[in-house]
Design a protein around this ligand. Structure first.
Ligand SMILES: Nc1nc2c(ncn2[C@@H]2O[C@H](COP(=O)(O)OP(=O)(O)OP(=O)(O)O)[C@@H](O)[C@H]2O)c(=O)[nH]1
Ligand SMILES: [Mg+2]
Length: 431
């Protein structure tokens, strides 16, 4: 559906950036580097990049009018077929730029939406991205996106020009958005059952900047073979696997979509249910690529977690790709982040991380003693599933158990075992 013919037809790309006073040249260069990586992820070639310093974006053209001449020269010099701006363009600015430069212009948001569109595999991811793209398109229907739409095979809006036609297209798109939301609700309901099953387990989620190595860590820790690529946003769906076969309660690990600076709001909103995996986690493994800009990436990840109301969940900071650092660089990073765990997922040295996860939950466990009436013997399977049974003694008055588990599971067990049979001996249950 979202075959990105777009970038096959526009292989030569010129990147454009505006340096506002609040940004240093280094900030701009880092951001352009990332934009370049995003562009490569779609298979296009970045021929050149141009930066303009300005106090504020030009309201009509984003860049100053004088700069447009220079941009035209570069278009000619490199046979540029597509321009990508680092900042977000208003619909009007994008339209004016296209008219003046006679080339299609995308901004960072649209580029990220394209990558998501291309990488979506499951039905849910496809619906989510289609919703995000439609929401983004709605205020921009005024002509400029039509050629992109045509390249892609159409989003379902009809052809034609003029105000009437645009209003008709808007109506079609609004109806499409409503339908997509309905479809997503249905997928979400199917997911609720899965969620129930997970609720008695300990849920750990990988989180972090795109390309930090989350899927590689998932594969190493759970012996899986998820897609790993040196491309941004290789993973768009959340996948959950059993982390520890033996541990009780069971520990599950989930891999999910990566973050990036200025993650489009349309995406965050439409990936609601994928991101819910993060919100439901008991522990987050915050993965950071030591070779990228750790501080910046950590800041961005925390900002997105804040946006999706997941910032309060306990975290283990995991510095990955240590094989790319020399000993001195490692020592500096270790000094600056004494609480972090350092690993190289690709070399498989994740023993320390595995231990940290186990320690984290161990510190939260509580031990209780319970006397269970024999008429509730069938509950034993559930008890074994949800907690560690340290002792079991079949006494005349009932089954005596000493259990260790996390407070929420013990609370749940107490709630589900009828009061009369659930005698508490030296019980230290939470309130
Ligand atoms: N040198 C080195 N490369 C690694 C390590 N771990 C992962 N990588 C590489 O980093 C790239 C990205 O890895 P992924 O596991 O796909 O990263 P991700 O965080 O899941 O990325 P997205 O799903 O795109 O957000 C791949 O090329 C991996 O081979 C590591 O420990 N050392
Ligand atoms: Mg991944």
């Amino acid at each position: 559906m979202y075959e990105t013919l777009l970038f096959r037809n526009f292989p030569n790309v010129l990147l454009l950036s505006l340096q506002l006073p609040k940004y240093s040249r280094l900030d701009i260069d880092h951001s352009l580097e990332e934009l370049r990586a995003l562009t490569y992820s779609l298979g296009a070639v970045v021929c050149d990049a141009l930066v303009q310093q300005r106090d504020q974006p030009h309201p009509a053209f984003f860049f100053g009018k004088g700069k447009l001449g220079q941009i035209k020269d570069l278009i000619h010099k490199h046979s540029i077929s597509l321009l990508i701006t680092d900042g977000q363009l208003s619909p009007k600015q994008a339209q004016n730029l296209e008219k003046s430069l006679h080339k299609p212009v995308l901004d960072r948001t649209q580029l990220i939406l394209e990558i998501f569109g291309r990488n979506a595999r499951t039905r849910e991811a496809k619906l989510q991205i289609e919703l995000a793209q439609s929401e983004y398109l709605l205020p921009r229907l005024l002509g400029m996106w039509k050629h992109l739409d045509r390249e892609r095979g159409g989003i379902g809006v009809s052809r034609g020009t003029g105000e009437k036609q645009i209003e008709k297209d808007r109506q079609i798109l609004r109806r499409k958005i409503a339908n997509l939301k309905e479809d997503l609700k249905r997928v979400d309901r199917e997911r609720t059952n899965q969620k129930k099953r997970r609720s008695s387990c300990l849920n750990v989620s990988l989180v972090g900047y795109t390309n930090a190595g989350k899927s590689t860590i998932m594969n190493t820790l759970t012996n899986s073979e998820l897609l790993v690529e040196n491309k941004l946003f290789a993973t768009l769906d959340s996948t959950t696997r059993l982390l520890e076969e033996e541990s009780r309660p069971k520990i599950l690990l989930s891999d999910t979509v990566g973050f990036i600076k200025n993650l489009p709001h349309e995406l965050v909103a439409s990936f609601h249910s994928t991101l819910e995996t993060l919100r439901d986690a008991d522990l987050l493994l915050h993965v950071v690529d030591v070779g990228a800009e750790p501080e910046e990436h950590i800041k961005t990840t925390l900002a997105v977690l804040d946006e999706i109301q997941a910032v309060g969940i306990p975290k283990i900071l995991v510095f990955n790709k240590t094989d790319q650092l020399n000993l001195l660089e490692q020592a500096i990073l270790r000094r600056n982040y004494p609480e972090a765990v350092f690993i190289s997922a690709i070399q498989g040295n994740v023993v320390e991380l595995r231990q940290e996860i186990a320690n984290f939950f161990e510190r939260r466990m509580q031990t209780v003693q319970v006397l269970l009436d024999y008429k509730h013997t069938r509950r034993l399977a559930e008890i074994y599933e949800w907690s560690r049974v340290n002792k079991i003694d079949y006494r005349e008055e009932g089954i005596f158990l000493e259990l260790t588990s996390i407070p929420s599971n013990l609370k749940h067990l107490r709630h589900h075992l009828p009061e009369a049979s659930f005698e508490q001996i030296e019980l230290t249950l939470p309130n």
